[in-house]
Design a protein. Structure first.
Length: 246
């Protein structure tokens, strides 16, 4: 069975074999899609976080070797996503994602090591939840690593970031560097586009990369001399990187 792949965020008809599951966590409904490996009880688990935009259609990627979990973030401004974090300083995704992960593991009869994949907003989520849930490896393409206070926020995205934090003084997840005080066992696969506008690579990339280096965390880094804010490695390519460098 060949793995099918499509860009995250595109409008595609989901494969009918994808199983949609809804969970109630603290009075909110969360939805995710699951496709199982041929041997789900022992296969590794790959979580794919979609990018900013209404999360109505999951990525079509499937593989006989991976349990694939696709959580959908329909919160935040315009229901376009809360960076898989929350709203108004209530970081409800920190409880919801482990519940989704446990639900998927129960349906798979266990499942192996956790891996995460995401681009842009999904890259932020991949780093956040992969780190907190001890993923073996994480791929983050052009991720935001700092939300409010960045040029990216001030030029176009502030109206989406502000509802996440509201008036809360607890903004520890605004800057993902706060997650790293010492080395972790996770390996971070990062890809940025050097010439992206708004000092994006300097602010979202270099600061974070320097902090990973300073705290002794393992990472693979790829920088492309382009000005796009778009996907670089597809999921199949990323799995090859995981296998080579994890």
């Amino acid at each position: 069975m060949q793995a099918a792949e499509s860009p995250v965020g595109t409008s595609l008809t989901p494969d009918p074999s994808l199983e949609a599951i809804s969970l109630e966590v603290r009075g909110r409904t969360f939805r995710y899609y699951l496709s199982k490996a041929v041997n789900p009880a022992t296969a590794p688990m790959l979580v794919i976080f979609h990018g900013h935009g209404f999360g109505g259609v999951p990525t079509a990627f499937q593989s006989e070797n991976w349990n694939v979990v696709r959580p959908m973030d329909q919160f935040g401004a315009d229901a376009w996503g809360s960076w898989y974090l929350g709203e108004g300083g209530d970081y409800f995704w920190l409880e919801a994602f482990p519940a989704i992960l446990q639900s998927a593991r129960d349906l798979c009869g266990g499942g192996g090591a956790l891996y995460c994949w995401g681009s842009s907003m999904g890259g932020y989520a991949s780093i956040l939840h992969g780190t907190l849930n001890r993923a073996r490896a994480i791929y983050a393409n052009v991720p935001q690593t700092r939300l409010l206070g960045s040029t990216y926020s001030e030029t176009s995205m502030k109206r989406f970031f502000e509802p996440i934090f509201g008036e809360s003084e607890d903004r520890r997840y605004n800057d993902l560097r706060s997650l790293f005080k010492a080395p972790r066992k996770t390996t971070y696969f990062l890809c940025f586009n050097q010439l992206e506008s708004g000092d994006y690579f300097a602010e979202q990339g270099l600061r974070f990369i320097n902090h990973l280096q300073a705290t002794g965390n393992k990472f693979y880094l790829e920088v492309r001399p382009t000005d796009a804010h778009g996907k670089n490695h597809g999921i199949t390519e990323t799995i090859r990187l995981f296998n080579k460098y994890r």
